[in-house]
Design a protein around this ligand. Sequence first.
Ligand code: ADP
Ligand code: MG
Length: 361
Amino acid sequence: MIDFDQVVMNFGEKEVLKDISFSIKSGEIFTFIGPSGSGKTTILRLIDMLERPTSGNISIEGTDVSSLKDRDRIPIRRKMSMVFQKPSPLRGTVFDNVAIGLWFRKVSNEEIKARVPEALDLVGLKGYENRKAGTLSGGEMQRVAIARAVSTKPDILLLDEPTANLDPASTEKIESLISALKERFGITVVLSTHDMVQGQRLADRIAVVIDGRIGQIGTSKEIFYHPMNKAVANMVGVENIFEGVVATNEGGLASIDVNGASIIATTPLPTGTPVILYMRPEDITFHLIDGVKSSARNEFTGRITKVLPMGPNARLKIDAGVKLTAVITQRSYEELDLALGKEIGLAFKASAIHVVEQRSS
Ligand code: ADP
Ligand code: MG
């Protein structure tokens, strides 16, 4: 119901979107993930018809909007609501701030008096009508912005980095609110984030945006475990990327030569094929060198070359002939008595490796 077909967007000389195509279905949560400056906001502004594409077609609910006259765009724009990343500082009461979109749409005062409390209730701010908007916390302000957007009962809700500046507790509230909107009202939610974990938690489907192009579109499982190229893998935290060649393949279980080390992986690709291997850091497990071995196909011994504490986890760099990045809980780290420079046994399953044919380009 939202279709981009070969959309290009230039600002002056600058090519900001380079041939973007995608299709968002009615009722799904569709997330654009990408680094800052990759073009996410521009895509949302194009959907919201705040910009016109330099070339290509955009269609919304079957209407080609790229060439519509301004006045013909209004009815379509009114089916959509956008929450901007940086909401302008709010003045007046919470009621006024939620009611703005309804006044703009010339909804009757009576109806506005009914809809504002309804919308506030929905975002968990029941009874906030008379509070001064300027006194709210960042998370509350963001919920007011969402209440304003949903009070107009849009078919499509556009959210630009809705939790970018919020603490974890407020982020969780906003995320469950977004899921509820989809489930209770069947609203199509299109959001952008640079937080891959948020994408994974919320999205039915994800588009990875890199430098004005879409690197891959798919479910979170497809994107996070089967990235199509290195740029996508880097963006979604697949930190172990190796180049190698299939050395043997017996019935789909292949031995892949990576700089002299053999990694066992499942792939139909035949002997001699140059490949790229992808593995998430969470898929590596550890054991004491003379301890109980795992049942995984890939067993290595490696030396810890770097330790980076990350809350309850630690991120480890390991030299095991190949250089690996792994994540371990602090508890396991202590239980295994690990330390910088120490040798450790590590293992990963053949099925944890995603094998992609390397095309010469
Ligand atoms: P993101 O939301 O992913 O951070 P944006 O869509 O905001 O990315 O921006 C993508 C690129 O387009 C950036 O390089 C940005 O500087 C540029 N850009 C965005 N809007 C404009 C504009 N109105 N004029 C000129 N350049 C712009
Ligand atoms: Mg942005």
